[in-house]
Design a binder for this molecule. Structure first.
Ligand code: B12
Ligand code: SF4
Ligand code: SF4
Length: 401
């Protein structure tokens, strides 16, 4: 078997769902990346700006590189494919909650299993070692989001699929629930034909986004994306965006669940991605997560990237959006948290739940905290939350308990 065919066959034997290759060259979409960054759409992901030069030239990752071999691995967990999980942004599943069940937060499908970097790297490393055994002296480098490579660009160039308007790589007859990885090498590997855009006139993903994060097709402003806010962004979340986060506590799938191409999705064959046990996390526990619990929950999972503080903050946001009286207790407790960012989020969320449940206790709890609050900006946030609550339910000081 010739080398070109062997690479493709071996990648599939190693369990990858798709494989393709193309010649290495500076990406033709480089200008788009530069514009995107110049507009600040990478938010606080400064590591992207630091590595922009390498992203625009694979030669910087592997001197002498001639080919990019790209793989896709299906990660669709069964829960992600079941109708009950297909809650879309415009659904009333969050707003309409009446509080029977303890409130829980959703984890994006991609993060429910074992950390994908490890899973893909293990398989790609195997391919790399075997390639080096076959072609002595060949030079290679494995990239799975671990190196500054424009993975989606290369995936399309290598014929795996096309970049959809939601900016995700869509594989024909499989959909977009796939992770990407690449193997750079200094060999000339036969190139596949590049993927062809099949979005047509569809705009579903752009319309489904709960925080209106798209400025247009293929134009995502990370600063408004729930995935960025829940995972990458540290610190406070702007109230309007927090409302759009609904019950997401890690990542977001809304622009993919609505994509018609995901009707072709099939459950992943990779046991490591079958993380249905964490598709929903109880918000009360998450809001008060201890170091030890954080460690146990996130060990070996991508979830760790949000850090304990981020997960707790996201849980407080989701409690605020849950519109259930069961959220009041944990939010009142968080009003006394030593961390001012969490106290401010708790105050805003408490006002939001208090308003939807017409609860007078929320106002009392806020007033009590205001009486002892030592941090000026938190005191201001509490006052604003009290005003919001009063406007929503009337002056609760007059109300009976
Ligand atoms: C930074 C990053 C993010 C950021 C920014 C996302 C973004 N759209 O750029 C945030 C935190 C928001 C994010 C979120 C998610 N991410 Co992410 N992310 C990355 C990362 C590390 C870099 C992406 C990047 O370079 N962005 C910069 C922009 C400018 O690049 P780009 O979108 O690829 O744009 C290129 C093309 O779109 C093209 N282009 C631009 N405009 C146009 C117009 C036309 C007409 C065409 C044809 C092309 C085109 O030009 C651009 C430059 O080459 C990659 C891993 C990697 N190393 O590539 C993973 C990666 C893209 N993420 C991934 C995943 C799974 C996600 C989430 C689905 C996770 C989740 N469920 O929460 C969401 C999806 C959100 C979304 N709609 O994109 C996967 C995507 C797999 C796939 N099937 O596409 C990747 C590839 C990781 C991996 N190894 O599998 N992510
Ligand atoms: S991941 Fe969610 S918030 Fe981000 S662009 Fe897609 S739908 Fe919008
Ligand atoms: S929802 Fe429609 S426009 Fe968006 S990526 Fe899918 S096919 Fe393309």
């Amino acid at each position: 078997m010739d080398l070109d065919s062997w690479i493709r066959q071996r990648a599939l034997e190693l369990g990858f769902s798709r494989v393709g290759a193309c010649a290495a060259h500076p990406p033709r979409d480089g200008a788009r990346l530069r514009d995107w960054m110049a507009q600040g759409k990478h938010g606080t992901m400064e590591w992207m700006a630091r590595t922009a030069a390498a992203r625009l030239d694979p030669e910087k990752l592997l001197p002498g590189v001639r080919s990019v071999i790209v793989v896709a691995l299906n990660y669709a967990a069964p829960s992600g494919l079941s109708p009950s999980q297909r809650v879309t942004a415009d659904s009333d599943a969050v707003e309409g909650s009446t509080g029977g069940e303890p409130p829980s937060g959703r984890v994006s499908i991609y993060a429910r299993g074992r950390d994908y970097h490890r899973v893909l790297i293990q398989r790609l490393e195997k391919l790399r070692r075997e390639l080096q055994e076959r072609v002595a002296g060949c030079r290679t480098r494995v990239c799975v989001d671990t190196s500054p490579l424009l993975e989606r660009y290369w995936a399309q160039a290598a014929g795996l699929g096309w970049i959809g308007k939601n900016t995700n790589l869509i594989v024909e007859r499989l959909g977009s629930w796939v992770f990407l990885g690449a193997l750079l090498c200094d060999l000339e590997v036969r190139a596949d034909s590049p993927g062809v855009d099949r979005c047509g006139t569809c705009r579903r993903c752009l319309e489904a986004c709960p925080t209106k994060a798209f400025d247009g097709p293929w134009d995502l402003d990370s600063r408004r994306c729930v995935s960025y806010l829940t995972i990458e962004h540290r610190g406070e979340i702007e109230p309007d965006l927090a409302r759009g986060m609904g019950d997401w506590v890690f990542g977001c799938d809304d622009c993919q669940t609505v994509c018609p191409w995901n009707r072709f999705a099939v459950p992943t064959a990779v046991a490591d991605f079958d993380g249905d046990s964490i598709s929903r996390l109880p918000l009360e526990r998450l809001a008060d997560l201890s170091e030890t619990e954080f460690d146990a929950l996130t060990r070996g999972r991508g979830l760790r990237r949000a850090r304990r503080h981020g997960l707790r903050r996201n849980a407080l946001v989701a409690l605020g959006n849950s519109a259930t009286a069961r959220a009041l207790g944990p939010l009142e407790k968080a009003l006394d948290d030593p961390d001012p960012v969490l106290r401010r989020q708790a105050a805003r969320s408490l006002a939001r739940v208090g308003a939807s449940c017409r609860n007078t206790g929320a106002h009392r709890a806020l007033a009590a905290r205001l009486g002892i609050e030592g941090d000026p900006s938190t005191a201001r946030a509490i006052k604003e939350a009290m005003v919001d609550l009063t406007m929503a339910v009337g002056d609760t000081r007059e109300a009976r308990p």
